[in-house]
Design a protein around this ligand. Structure first.
Ligand code: T46
Length: 135
């Protein structure tokens, strides 16, 4: 079975002032960065995502608080709690993703390999499964 949860651990460059993490395209993350967005102030009980991408590669880092990701390839699904700013969830290939259980203070940063393009989204789960099965 293909591994669904791929986590990248980042080196913390800490000193007596505090901590710093550097993310560098094609060095400690495996793609070129074209976009960064972040999700915050998520209302209680709200879940997000519920889509897949045709081509996009992304890295999700929970900078503050916590959030649960579900990653699904159309056959299997796995979940992971992101609650550390030095761990990134790498999402590549045709994967349905959902985000649940946002803590009130959650700040989720996502680094993406391409600009925003609604045409790259598959937002219907049955359609996603059909496309995944055909691969
Ligand atoms: C993903 C998960 C982890 C933009 O205009 N530009 C952007 O770069 C993004 C990401 C979104 N938008 C607009 C599109 C919607 O009108 O912002 C609104 C909220 O986007 P969406 O409902 O797609 O947000 P999420 O949290 O469900 O999903 C997002 C990303 O869209 C998606 O690529 O993998 O986070």
């Amino acid at each position: 079975m293909q591994q669904l949860i791929n986590l990248i651990d980042f080196t913390i460059m800490g000193d007596d002032r505090g901590s710093l993490i550097a993310i560098e395209a094609n060095k400690n993350i495996p793609f070129e960065v074209k976009r960064v967005y972040y999700i915050f102030d998520t209302q209680s009980g709200v879940s997000r995502g519920f889509h897949a991408h045709y081509n996009l590669e992304q890295l999700a880092i929970c900078l503050k608080g916590s959030v649960t990701f579900i990653i699904d390839d159309g056959t299997n699904k796995e979940q992971v709690v992101l609650d550390s700013p030095n761990v990134g969830l790498h999402i590549k290939g045709l994967k349905w993703r959902e985000m649940h259980d946002f803590s009130e203070d959650c700040i989720l940063m996502v680094i993406a390999s391409d600009l925003y393009d609604e045409a790259d989204y598959i937002r219907d789960y049955d359609e996603f499964v059909k496309i995944a099965e055909a691969q």
